[in-house]
Design a binder for this molecule. Sequence first.
Ligand code: AMP
Length: 208
Amino acid sequence: MNIVLLGAPGAGKGTQAQKLVADYGVAHISTGDLLRAAVKAQSELGKEAKSYMDAGQLVPDSLVVKLVKERLAQDDAQRGFILDGFPRNLQQAEVLDAELAGMGIALEAALLVDVKPEIIIDRLSSRRTCHSCNYTATAGVDPCPRCGGEMYQRDDDKPETIAKRLDTYANQTAPLVEYYRGHDILKEVDGDRPVDDVYADVRSLLGL
Ligand code: AMP
């Protein structure tokens, strides 16, 4: 399984990815998680990325592309991968195609988890994330049901940044839907339903 998950922040990409990873053992490559880990570690890349993330903007392609290339080269990704949050613009999509062609593989699907913006705002405001394993749940769930870690609200899940992230999505990431439709690998699922119903459709769309 080599797939890309598309959809606005808060559409449920990470939740669906976590379920696919648990059932099929593929690598979950979330650029948001990789970037937050770099920020936490205070690496040079993390320091550079932080201001963009806090502003709800995209981190420069050069930084993100480097992270993704390194991650795709790791052993677990050879069994298949789910890219979550990458690509985020057309340039990244083109770099990804070239990188995968160099590895002798092709994307099987770009799966759009589709949710209306008003629902996204509610979801993101009440989303909490695990400090240790990045599991996400709604406010009130603490500690993390998966690993017992502490749940927190991401800085960019606060209302002032959510609107900017949705703008960034509409302007830069949404055009990827047409890009992948043009490549004949777009699949769409209505993400405005209970997690397990969405997942049942995801599996059937992916032929699993
Ligand atoms: P996410 O966890 O996917 O919502 O990502 C959180 C933040 O990390 C985004 O708002 C961006 O600032 C940054 N980010 C994540 N993925 C990318 C990417 N592919 N390109 C540029 N910035 C990204």
